[in-house]
Design a binder for this molecule. Structure first.
Ligand SMILES: Nc1ncnc2c1ncn2[C@@H]1O[C@H](COP(=O)(O)OP(=O)(O)O)[C@@H](O)[C@H]1O
Ligand SMILES: [Mg+2]
Length: 285
């Protein structure tokens, strides 16, 4: 079973104190199962011009990979390529190779709706439906017909809310309260629970803590760390501190190019490229 091959990232609080060679020594051996998605020479043009230039990186199973970089440098575009969210944008041109589990995601036998089901999407602004908490979380499983009966759906909703660290706060008001009536931080955790509803392999998160207060942001970061391992997370992070705390690896974008990707501590403490150095030192952005 594929989940048995999940790469459990090392505990950085321990690993960070070791020299880099020792960190590498405790990583699982690199192999085809460690890589969930491969992106090679990705170029994207909108009607207005080129947004991504020759972007290449791997997304590893079970990791948190964080995209950082100044506003407008192509992070959201790069994220939306992965689940084919940009297919419907008029006049867009996408070139390059994206593979999931070794298979080209634009291969003719890939069914886009089925393919998108492998991803959960979490936006910066919490955007629950104006429906009950229960219906928000049940939505994905309902539209994809994932559960056989009401009891299974109830159990699934509970599991998703527990994974999103929201169950204890809402278990008595599931059918009585709309998702939109919750606090900002709760709404965002509800959106995470909703995103988990289709049993995705990957969570794509576009600045998920960008519009909540610092305590709520910390709670969301904690739950992302709890989810990693069973799930792969690609997150655009506006907060350098947040990225440094939660990400296993970091990719730095600059003017539509991925200028550096590496282990979080290495990128923050000893960035190789001048663009990454300037960004992590707060000189741009
Ligand atoms: N739907 C779109 N149509 C035209 N241009 C777009 C669209 N989305 C983004 N862009 C442009 O692509 C570039 C990268 O944007 P984006 O991926 O949103 O960057 P970031 O997330 O790093 O802020 C920007 O110049 C932006 O104006
Ligand atoms: Mg963006």
């Amino acid at each position: 079973m594929e989940d048995a091959q999940i790469v459990v990232p090392v505990d950085r609080t321990v690993a960070a104190a070791r020299p880099l060679a020792a960190n590498l020594a405790v990583k699982p051996a690199a192999g085809p199962t460690a890589v969930l998605m491969q992106v090679r020479n990705l170029n994207v043009w909108y009607e207005t011009g080129q947004a991504l230039h020759d972007v290449s990186y791997d997304l590893k199973r079970g990791e948190i990979l964080s995209f950082i970089g100044p506003s407008g440098c192509g992070k959201t575009t790069a994220l939306k390529c992965l689940n084919r969210m940009l297919d419907a944008v008029p006049s867009i041109r996408i070139e390059g190779l994206i593979r999931m589990e070794g298979k080209d995601i634009y291969s003719p036998d890939i069914d886009p709706p089925e393919y998108r089901q492998r991803f959960g999407w979490v936006a910066q602004m919490p955007n629950p439906f104006a429906e009950t908490i229960y219906e928000n979380v049940a939505w994905g499983a309902r539209i994809h017909g994932l559960m056989r009966d009401q009891a299974e759906l109830d159990a699934h909703v509970e599991t998703c809310l527990r994974r999103a660290d929201l169950w204890d706060e809402v278990k008595d008001i599931l059918h009585a309260t709309d998702g939109t009536a919750l606090s900002g931080g709760q709404q965002q955790r509800l959106c995470i629970a909703r995103a988990l509803g289709t049993n995705p392999k990957v969570l794509l998160m576009d600045e998920p803590t960008g519009s909540v207060d610092p305590i709520a942001a910390r709670q969301i970061e904690d739950l992302m760390m709890a989810l990693r391992g069973t799930l792969t997370i690609l997150v655009i992070t506006h907060s350098m501190m947040g990225a440094r705390r939660i990400a296993d690896r970091v990719a730095v974008f600059h003017l539509g190019r991925l200028v550096e990707v590496g282990e979080t501590e290495q990128v923050f403490s000893a960035p190789v490229s001048i663009e990454a150095r300037n960004f992590v030192n707060g000189l741009v952005g």
